[in-house]
Design a protein around this ligand. Structure first.
Ligand code: FAD
Length: 470
């Protein structure tokens, strides 16, 4: 009998899952599903306990959903990618699998693993799909058939391609057999921290509902609201997109259903841009695999002499730098596993350009905390902020953490939410609480700035200049 095995990786959903739909296309085959956790490897990469908990919740939900359709999920745990391939090979033999289906992952090690596995499985037909993107890497290239290095022309070409034909969504598979009973909860040997299910949907159904609500009620105002962390103006769907609980095609179709002018630059266009940034970093990673090894895109920046200062690093990590907007943001990250995009830019700039600490240290810390940790987006964001990446901010552009706070959290509403020790600091003084304390004679249980921004700026410019000339 023909047996199809669907290997789930970062695509934990039933709807619009291309590999799953392809495996289930014929009613006359046996379909099995598989997930193989690699906790040892997650430890090595420092995956956030919150993301692990989120993954587990969605894996359990997927197991239930598949069981409803009569598809059993085989679950296993191994140490790393090599062991994953061995395990897949073993299961294929055990279950007489004839066809293996999976959605591509674009990270370098994952791609290598899949290539090797395809060689190992010489009697099994392997089929991979471009599922975690709207358009496959390689399909949006310059006139010289090269990957774009700058976002805006990439985006323009991307939108042109979308206008020529939208990528379709595939339906969830129909039930194949009688529903199976799932008795055991899947769990893996990895630390886990609870997540806030109000903001991060714990089921696929809830994720689809959140997408629907955002596109209908908020996408049109996204452009005006997205930069203000005190306002809930963004979708908070990043964790779902990172684990594949939603697909970007579902986002695109839902957006166009609610905001039909989004492709033409009308309402919703700015949200579409953000989805395209996500695609840009994924496409880029497939053409520049060095990014997965955390090498800077602009090579001379590797010569910047970074500081190693544990006290400063800890002040940043713990939200104790004396710069309220930075500290409030870091506490939001530590407590919820998520940080607003504007704040990600501010704290990344602060670590790299005020503390002169290597961006890779920040990149790793983010992954250790983020519920939406995603190699391509995180690496892209850090390289942008550190001016080491493609289409990054130029190195001499250095955010002033005080004026950023004044601009994007003018009344200090967000800061007060996360820094209770500043509750009594009135109005706009919240952005420079020490100046207020010195003037009024009040005492504050809050640190003075760990560095002087003006001096730090000069030192950073000198360090980048020296690296550029070296
Ligand atoms: P929305 O504003 O609603 O955007 C919709 C979706 O578009 C997001 O869910 C996300 O999938 C995608 N997106 C939005 N902005 C970007 C962007 N700049 N780059 C790539 N994709 C984007 N995003 C992650 O998903 N994982 C990360 O690990 C990550 N690390 C980052 C690190 C830094 C230093 C920076 C500056 C940005 C990082 N981002 C990361 C991008 C962005 O901050 C988050 O995607 C966004 O804040 C998530 O909130 P949201 O779902 O409400 O986004």
């Amino acid at each position: 009998m023909t047996t199809h095995l669907v290997w789930f990786r970062a695509d934990l959903r039933l709807h619009d899952n291309i590999a799953l739909a392809a495996a289930c296309r014929s009613p006359n085959v046996r379909v099995l599903a598989l997930f193989i956790a690699t906790p040892e490897q997650w430890r090595e990469h420092g995956m956030a306990p919150r993301q692990a908990a989120y993954l587990r919740a969605h894996l359990n939900e997927l197991q239930q959903g598949l069981a409803q359709k009569g598809i059993p999920l085989i679950y296993d745990e191994v140490s790393d990618f090599a062991a994953q391939s061995d395990k897949v090979q073993q299961l294929c033999e055990e279950h007489h699998v004839t066809h293996l289906f999976y959605n591509y992952q674009y990270e370098f090690n994952e791609q290598q693993r899949d290539r090797q596995l395809e060689k190992m499985l010489d009697t099994v037909v392997c089929q991979g799909f471009d599922d975690s993107v709207m358009l496959a890497p390689g399909s949006v290239m310059t006139g010289n058939h090269e990957m774009y290095k700058v976002f805006t022309p990439f985006k323009n070409a991307y939108i042109k391609r979308l206008k020529e034909g939208l990528p379709e969504c595939v339906a969830a598979p129909a039930a194949r057999e009688n529903a199976l009973t799932v008795s055991a909860d899947l769990h893996f040997d990895y630390p886990q921290t609870d997540f806030d299910a109000k903001h991060f949907p714990a089921t696929e159904k809830a994720a689809i509902a959140q997408l629907r609500h955002f596109c209908k009620q908020q996408a049109a105002e996204y452009e005006e609201q997205r930069d203000f962390p005190a306002v809930e103006g963004t979708s908070r769907l990043s964790a779902c997109l990172a684990l594949g609980v939603l697909s970007p095609r579902q986002c695109l179709h839902r957006l166009l259903a609610e905001q039909p002018q989004a492709l033409e630059g009308g309402a919703g266009a700015v949200w579409l841009n953000e989805l395209i940034w996500r695609e840009f970093y994924r496409h880029l990673m497939t053409y520049h695999p060095d990014l997965c090894k955390h090498r800077p895109f602009i090579r001379w920046t590797d010569k910047v002499q970074w500081q190693q200062d544990d006290a400063l690093l800890q002040a940043w990590q713990n939200g104790q730098t004396g710069y309220p907007i930075v500290d409030a943001a870091m506490r939001q990250l530590n407590e919820t596993g998520w940080m607003h995009n504007r704040l990600r830019m501010i704290v990344a700039s602060f670590l790299v350009k005020d503390l002169l600490i290597d961006w890779r240290v920040g990149e790793r810390y983010f992954i250790s905390q983020l519920i939406d940790g995603d190699l391509a987006a995180n690496n892209g964001g850090w390289q942008w902020a550190a001016s080491t990446g493609t289409d990054a901010a130029p190195y001499f552009r250095i955010f002033n953490p005080t004026t950023q706070g004044q601009r994007f959290d003018a009344t200090g509403e967000f800061i007060r939410q996360w820094l209770p020790e500043l509750t009594d600091v009135p109005g706009k003084s919240i952005h420079e609480p020490w100046a207020w304390a010195d003037k009024t004679g009040e005492t504050l249980d809050y640190p003075r700035p760990v560095v002087d921004h003006k001096q730090a700026r000069v030192a950073t410019l000198a360090a980048y200049e020296a690296a550029r000339k070296a």
